[in-house]
Design a protein around this ligand. Structure first.
Ligand SMILES: *Cc1c(COP(=O)(O)O)cnc(C)c1O
Length: 389
């Protein structure tokens, strides 16, 4: 199914002789059973139905189904946040004694979860540059069970070769889990390239309106056995109203992503020409080290994130941010409007200066999440900032 075909249509539910066209919200935390036999049948999974919201509810189901179709996955589940989706993967796939390989360039919280938190569970971790499949292969040891990387990494927007990593993982008898938050299924569908599990922060592009916190985990049946049990037992399920909002957001996903991607290309081109800018990182530019890979692996688009380094370091960034008043400094992404982030003071503040330098981040680095305004409006906002640098 194409992303355009995921309409916000509810599963039919009669109200009198007609049914609502828009999806209803089911806030009820508990359901009423007719008799013990029915409760038994639902709890044992023999009969479809709901009993208690922590075990599942119609709005999570409806949202999961849309995401499952978008990723052409066999299974999908909704979690309370992107972090709980990652937690669901760790808790359902790993046990004490296992070894995991994680990308060096990971979202900060994911890094913390996959180092400090999992090491408390007796799981060992090796961090490698996952842009180098041979480095990943070299890090494999007997108990390696899971490899985790991001489709497009923050903030230099490096792209990983999913098929190559899947090959390394499968030769080792391990699984490949991909964080697809920066791409969304409109730009990339990692399962089609051999990943076993995909997770996303639905908080970002998928919901698209900066008003919910939710996560997605999806994948194929061979590694799904424990996921439902883990979600219910660790209490990781997303709330009904949030699911309803995200489900509504996904109705415009293809339109939003298409428009934002077109705008991102225009923004990248403008930045390349700006004398105040030292370097531009965008996979859609021929100068990007992963441009060819992105052309091959993505669905004809390169995402809506554009990063650039200003000449003049942090002072230049401060002048840009203060002057570009149409572009809010909001360290997240995937909002309707264009926003910006300053990695040195936000997402990457926990790293040492040397670590940041190795990733290509300086005080002058700004990461844009390009929105769906008119290109003229966005470029005018950029120009305002650049004029002040
Ligand atoms: C935001 C984000 C997460 C975490 O998602 P939350 O919904 O904030 O918990 C994970 N990975 C990436 C790449 C993100 O941008």
């Amino acid at each position: 199914m194409k992303p355009d075909d995921i309409c916000p249509r509810p599963q039919a539910q009669s109200v009198g002789s007609t049914e609502p066209l828009a999806e209803p919200i089911y806030l009820s935390s508990v359901y009423r059973c007719h008799d013990p036999a029915e409760a038994d049948a639902i709890l044992s999974g023999q009969q479809a139905g709901y009993l208690y919201q922590r075990d599942g509810h119609p709005n999570a189901r409806a949202l999961a189904e849309k995401c499952r179709l978008l990723h052409a996955a066999q299974e999908a589940a909704i979690c309370a946040s992107g972090m709980s989706a990652l937690a669901a993967i760790v808790l359902s796939q790993l046990r004490t004694g296992d070894h995991i390989i994680v990308a060096e360039q990971l979202y900060g919280r994911s890094q913390r979860l996959l180092t400090e938190e999992v090491s408390r569970l007796g799981i060992s971790v090796t961090r490698v540059d996952t842009c180098q499949a041979h480095a990943v292969a070299a890090a494999v040891t007997a108990p390696t069970r899971l490899i985790i990387a991001e489709t497009i990494a923050n903030p230099t927007l490096r792209v990983i070769d999913i098929a190559a990593l899947a090959d390394v993982a499968h030769r080792a008898g391990a699984l490949l889990a991909i964080d697809n938050t920066f791409a969304s299924p409109v730009v990339c569908r990692p399962l089609a390239w051999g990943a076993d599990l995909v997770f996303e922060s639905l908080t970002k592009i998928m919901n698209g309106h900066s008003d919910v916190l939710l996560g997605l985990v999806c994948g194929n049946s061979h590694c799904w056995g424990r996921v439902g049990e883990v979600l219910a037992s660790w209490g990781l399920v997303g709330a009904a109203f949030d699911c309803w909002l995200a489900s509504r957001g996904i109705g415009t996903l293809a339109l939003r992503v298409g428009r934002a991607n077109d705008n991102a290309l225009a923004v990248a081109a403008r930045l390349v020409d700006a004398p105040q800018v030292e370097q531009v990182f965008y996979p859609g530019l021929k100068s990007h080290p992963d441009h060819e890979l992105a052309r091959r692996q993505f669905e004809g688009r390169f995402g809506a994130m554009v990063t650039f380094n200003l000449r003049g370091g942090r002072d230049a960034a401060t002048r840009f941010i203060r002057a570009a008043r149409q572009i809010p400094f909001s360290p997240s992404l995937g909002e309707l409007c264009t926003t910006l982030s300053h990695p040195q003071s936000t997402s990457h503040r926990g790293l040492s200066e040397a670590e940041r330098q190795a990733l290509g981040i300086s005080g002058g680095t700004i990461r844009l999440s390009v929105g769906i305004e008119s290109p003229q409006f966005i470029l005018a906002g950029l120009d305002e900032g650049l004029a002040a640098v």
